[in-house]
Write a protein that binds this ligand. Structure first.
Ligand code: SF4
Length: 353
């Protein structure tokens, strides 16, 4: 097996791309105009089942029975940050960055969330659809980002679908990236199919009790595996080649974040991915975990140790994935705390300084 070092732009994650050959399928993105089958936004929000929590509540502001669901948001779009981001894998970041849109709220709300300011604490500003359209168009024109990257957008999927439809009608043909927790229903993914090009799902947990404890979703492993299967069925594997000059246009890349004190969860998660999808599935192994909230004496109050990382890294190499991105931990832990690339401050105008 050959090793390719992706140098990437300054501040890009330290990544090695391992690839036996250029076996990846080449995909051609064909955009349809499926808007006729898309319901009115309010219809999605008034009996909200946009994620597998299936709250079934009415999120529409002003209605008599209006409520806020597990995700913490009404039907009024809130955005925490919009701009080029250089912390994604090189085929997504390129030279100009990935055009991220971070939404306020989250349907998973993990207790260790690195973006807790927006997922738990409601940092963000309200924005109408028209303003969303304009701001994203501005980002594309001013920053020449390589794609539009929706970060945990589940609870605002209807707004996202409208935005994608608008951009395509205006002739913007850059890839639409869905940066997801992995906790999605097949039903919503079938709708997203027409509005997406790339899926970046996490596969966080193989252990249902850990999923229950940290994200209040014991069914995460089975739901996420079904979701990733559906994503792969729609888009195939990420269409990257072995050179760092190629940007991804379509496909699926699965991410896994190592959690301190939970090596077995990681090892089983990676084995499960290999068993379910085979050696061709592109995988990104991440070590950026940083303790941001108090976990009452648990291992989650610390960083991932070098020994823990080495165990998981050695396992993922042994499995034989042909396309593997690896984010190696910083040896100096103080630089991990200081890295705003992975620990952004969304109360600042530029969270990723
Ligand atoms: S998006 Fe929010 S309200 Fe809707 S089902 Fe999920 S958690 Fe519940």
């Amino acid at each position: 097996m050959q090793d390719f070092l992706f140098l990437g732009p300054e501040n890009a994650i330290n990544t090695i791309f391992l690839n036996d050959n250029d076996m990846h399928l080449s995909h051609t993105t064909q955009h349809k105009d499926p808007d006729k089958s898309l319901k009115n936004n309010k219809q999605y929000y008034e009996d909200c089942r946009l994620c597998p929590r299936n709250c079934g509540i009415n999120r529409v502001v002003g209605r008599e029975n209006s409520e806020v669901g597990f995700c913490g948001e009404t039907d009024r779009l809130r955005v925490a940050y919009m701009g080029p981001h250089f912390g994604e894998e090189p085929p997504l970041t390129g030279d100009n960055g990935s055009g991220t849109v971070f939404f306020t709220g989250c349907s998973l709300r993990c207790s260790f969330c690195q973006n807790h300011q927006i997922s738990h604490r409601g940092v963000g500003v309200y924005m109408g659809l028209e303003e969303l359209f304009l701001r994203v168009e501005e980002m594309i024109r001013n920053n020449h980002v390589h794609n539009i990257n929706f970060v945990t957008p589940d609870h605002f999927f209807p707004h996202v679908f409208r935005l994608v439809s608008h951009l395509r009608k205006k002739g913007f043909d850059l890839p639409m990236v869905y940066n997801l927790s992995g906790y999605q229903s097949k039903e919503i993914l079938k709708i997203a199919d027409d509005y997406s090009d790339i899926y970046l799902p996490d596969f966080k947990y193989s252990d249902p009790s850990l999923a229950a404890r940290l994200s209040a979703c014991r069914d995460y492993p089975q739901v996420a595996l079904k979701a990733i299967s559906e994503m792969v069925r729609q888009k195939g594997f990420l269409d990257i080649s072995s050179t760092n000059s190629v940007l991804a246009k379509k496909g699926v890349l699965v991410r896994h974040l190592i959690l301190p004190g939970n090596v077995d969860n990681s090892i089983n998660a990676l084995t499960t991915l290999f068993t379910e999808f085979g050696s061709g599935l592109p995988v990104s192994l991440m070590s950026q975990y940083c303790p941001v909230l108090d976990h009452d004496g648990s291992d989650l109050n610390r960083f991932v140790s070098e020994d823990e990382f080495d165990l998981v890294y050695s396992h993922v190499r042994d499995l034989g994935f042909e396309c593997l991105f690896v984010q190696f931990p910083e040896r100096d832990q103080s630089s991990r705390t200081e890295s705003s690339l992975f620990l952004p401050d969304f109360t600042q105008g530029k969270p990723f300084k």
